[in-house]
Write a protein that binds this ligand. Structure first.
Ligand SMILES: *Cc1c(COP(=O)(O)O)cnc(C)c1O
Length: 305
């Protein structure tokens, strides 16, 4: 069963202003659960369902948890999401609205995660937010759609948290014989785990996350994502939280679509005319979306950061 929907690919004159290239937006923000996670998580859940899964577990209070909740509802398989006390009530409400059971456990994510893993031992399948080959295979479908639309990008801009989206896009490029297309992998300062690993040329991570772009907040990227950076034309870039937030507000004005700073990071890299975009003809931006921001919160961040 296919959980995700085919999203629009639109040319944006406003985001592409002053760039010589055409800028194409892959509108993952329009997935039913608000982010590209519908693709990978939906694919993984479908696969595990055909392999006999009778329940799913997640420990993400963010877009990954919501995508598991959504997928479970589509597949008629019960979902439990274990989240720490710090999780926003709005996130819990959204997951419960999808029919998931939300258990609030522990002060920190690690405690919630350990509780989720203990539940997984009793038979439910744990759905990882970024480190699972099924997830990457699901995310890869977005590149298939771009190819089917007849657009060949000469650079792709995307955001990186744990590197699941990056891994999926690389797989999508490979299976469409487009592996030569360079990728600009964008993070925010304080969630720049890929950038730090690239700079040290070692699979290291951060000790803590200090960015407001919580959906990019993996202290260490997946091993596979780190390996890909060594083999593929992938360029790492870091923007500030303020730049990511202002990009969200700009994008809201221009396209009337609300996205998280995690997504704003990619948009900021385009608004700033990152060097890799010069002399390109077709820039593809993955508008990865996210449900965790409100206009009020974005305005507050913009005035205080
Ligand atoms: C999960 C997520 C990311 C980061 O994706 P990874 O696969 O962890 O790299 C970026 N933006 C949004 C909106 C997300 O939900």
């Amino acid at each position: 069963m296919t959980i995700h929907i085919q999203t629009p690919l639109i040319e944006s004159l406003s985001v592409g202003r002053e760039l010589s290239a055409k800028v194409w937006l892959k509108m993952e923000a329009l997935q039913p659960c608000g982010s590209f996670k519908a693709r990978g998580v939906g694919f993984a859940c479908s696969k595990y369902a055909t392999e006999g899964a009778t329940a799913f577990i997640s420990s993400s209070g963010g877009n990954a948890g919501l995508a598991v909740a959504y997928s479970g509802r589509c597949l008629k398989i019960p979902v439990t999401v274990v989240v720490p006390l710090t999780t926003k009530q709005k996130a819990i409400d959204l997951m419960e609205q999808e029919g998931a059971t939300v258990i609030v456990h522990g002060e920190l994510w690690l405690e919630a995660h350990q509780h989720a893993m203990s539940l997984a031992k009793q038979g439910a399948v744990y759905i990882h937010p970024f480190d699972d080959p099924y997830l990457w295979e699901g995310h890869a479908s977005l590149i298939d759609e771009v190819k089917a639309a007849g657009v060949k990008p000469d650079v792709i801009v995307l955001s990186v948290g744990g590197g699941g989206l990056l891994s999926g896009v690389v797989l999508g490029l490979a299976r469409n014989d487009w592996q030569e297309i360079p990728i600009l992998a964008v993070e925010t300062q304080g969630a720049d785990s890929l950038s730090v690993a690239v700079a040290q040329n070692k699979h290291i991570g951060l000790t803590a996350i200090s960015s407001i772009a919580t959906s990019l907040g993996a202290t260490k990227v997946a091993e596979h994502a780190f390996e890909l950076v060594q083999q593929q034309p992938i360029c790492s870039k870091v923007v500030t939280d303020k730049q990511a937030v202002d990009a969200c507000l700009n994008f809201l004005d221009q396209h009337r679509v609300l996205v998280e700073p995690a997504c704003g990071a990619s948009l900021a890299a385009v608004y700033q005319h990152s060097e890799i975009l010069t002399n390109k003809q077709n820039v593809l931006v993955i508008v990865c979306g996210g449900v965790g921001a409100t206009v009020e919160q974005l305005n507050l961040w913009s005035s205080t950061l």
